[in-house]
Design a protein around this ligand. Structure first.
Ligand SMILES: *Cc1c(COP(=O)(O)O)cnc(C)c1O
Length: 357
């Protein structure tokens, strides 16, 4: 097992003669073990780990300069939206939020100043799919970098670098950690220039994970494949159950044949994931709130990707920092319910939903 190196510094033989590590903001052997593992999972040459998914995104975005332009998915994690619009926009970086279900929307948003395309797929919380290969192709033709937030799929179901993306980002808090007991982030890439910029950020701004956090994610990843198999299997059954239920309105899950990008999800991913969103037929905030207060096995909580199933209300929780009119424009209704399906017995989960109805 990889030791947990609880140290801030390393003994050196002589000034400027260290054995790979000098100071723990820059590097730690437990962190290195995690970085090598995630790089391997994403078919990347290298990986840099961070204290959270948000710290990872922050480090990526710091490669931008005032006047640069970024195109990002219009349906995306609320914290990403907040970081882009409330931290980076005031520093003079311009963002366009585009519906990436059609790559043509990305092409038409490109300007001379566009330096990065930020793809989230499947999106949070509407589970829309973007064609990574098509968008990365458009980006390459225009000399633009692509970053993919692969948190929802995990490297077990989707490998963006193989599809042409330049870097892949994770909130390791979710599926990679897998047990809702740690916060972490990672960026994997085979692009030397990108990695140099990330290492510079690690050293200079220091949003790094502690060794125990790295150890927890390392341990979580050992069972990633087993947890994903079971969670996806459960999610497929639950999506079908909800889809057939007379009291549900719309069900959002890429594994349903009625999903608009079902075919694309099938070719781009090796499984449809374990996130399911839905609305009730009685499409009001009050009835959605009642439903979310009534589940017993599904815990009402933010986050996702753990072994235990969670239920959440995106409009007030994960996406509360997105202004209501922006949420409405992308189709995120106040009555939407989001499920993160865990590895419990699926009949227990369905029984829980049944009694909540
Ligand atoms: C949770 C999440 C993040 C942010 O990661 P933290 O570890 O919470 O900072 C980014 N993107 C997606 C899709 C997420 O679900």
């Amino acid at each position: 097992m990889p030791p947990v190196f609880h140290t801030s510094t390393y003994a050196q033989k002589a000034p400027n003669e260290h054995q790979g590590y000098d100071y723990a903001r820059v590097g730690n052997p437990t962190r290195t073990a995690l970085e090598k593992l995630i790089a391997g999972l994403e078919n990347a040459d290298e990986c840099a780990c961070f204290a959270s998914g948000c710290a990872a995104m922050d480090a990526i975005m710091k490669a931008m300069r005032p006047g640069d332009h970024v195109i990002a998915s219009d349906d995306l994690y609320g914290g990403s939206y907040r970081l882009f619009t409330q931290v980076f926009e005031p520093y003079g970086i311009d963002f366009t939020f585009a519906d990436m279900t059609d790559p043509a929307n990305v092409s038409s948003a490109i300007r001379a100043e566009t330096k990065m395309i930020w793809i989230e797929t499947p999106t949070n919380p509407l589970l829309r799919i973007a064609d990574i290969q098509a968008i990365a192709g458009i980006a390459k033709e225009n000399g633009i970098r692509t970053a993919v937030d692969n948190t929802f799929a995990s490297p077990y179901l989707q490998q963006p670098l193989d599809l042409g993306a330049d870097m892949v980002m994770h909130s390791t808090t979710k599926y990679l950690g897998g047990h809702s007991d740690v916060i972490g982030g990672a960026v994997a890439t085979s692009n030397k220039e990108v990695m140099e910029q990330l290492r510079f950020q690690v050293k200079t701004t220091g949003g790094v994970p502690g060794p125990m956090d790295c150890y927890l994610v390392l341990r979580g990843i050992k069972t990633l494949h087993v947890r994903m198999e079971r969670s996806v299997q459960n999610a497929e059954k639950i999506a079908r159950y909800l889809d057939e239920h007379p009291k549900t309105g719309q069900v959002f899950y890429p594994g349903l044949s009625s999903h608009r990008q079902h075919q694309l999800a099938k070719t781009q991913m090796s499984g449809f994931g374990a996130m399911v969103s839905f609305s009730l037929k009685e499409d009001t905030l009050a009835s959605a709130t009642r439903f979310m207060s009534n589940t017993k096995i599904f815990t009402l909580a933010e986050s996702l990707g753990g072994v235990e199933s969670l239920i959440s209300h995106p409009a007030s929780m994960t996406h509360g920092s997105i202004p209501a009119e922006v949420r409405r424009k992308t189709g995120l209704k106040d009555s939407l319910i989001r499920l993160s399906i865990g590895i419990e017995d699926v009949d227990d989960l369905i029984e829980d939903l049944k009694q909540a109805f």
